[in-house]
Design a protein around this ligand. Structure first.
Ligand code: TYC
Length: 103
């Protein structure tokens, strides 16, 4: 018994665009009161930096007024900025972290 072979035109490869969530920068702001060592401690604790990274970031904010620390999804960025700011507040320091959408 013969069978009819149905030939289907090969489909164009479907390549769905991967949807990536928008990213947010966490920014450390300089102030005149928070001790340098404390800023380093917070950067290490909240942003999982090593001593060297934390020191460089702290000094960049100290010299330039602000420093981008990292980028995360909005939720993570806002939570970390809040946590880090709160650690300063608990000690009575004006240490401040803010977030901003990445362009
Ligand atoms: N400027 C602070 C001082 O001289 C140290 C400091 C650095 C504070 C970075 C905040 O984001 C900051 N004690």
């Amino acid at each position: 018994m013969s069978r009819t072979l149905v030939r289907v035109k090969p489909q164009a490869k479907v390549r769905p665009k991967t949807q990536r969530p928008p990213l947010y920068k966490v920014i450390l702001l300089n102030d005149d009161y928070t001790p340098r060592d404390f800023v380093v401690v917070v950067l290490k604790a909240v942003f999982r930096m090593n001593a060297d990274q934390a020191y460089r970031v702290m000094m960049t904010a100290h010299r330039k007024g602000a420093c981008v620390i990292a980028v995360y999804t909005r939720d993570v960025a806002e939570t970390k900025a809040k946590e880090a700011t709160e650690l300063g507040k608990e000690k009575g320091y004006p240490l401040f972290f803010t977030t901003e959408p990445e362009e």
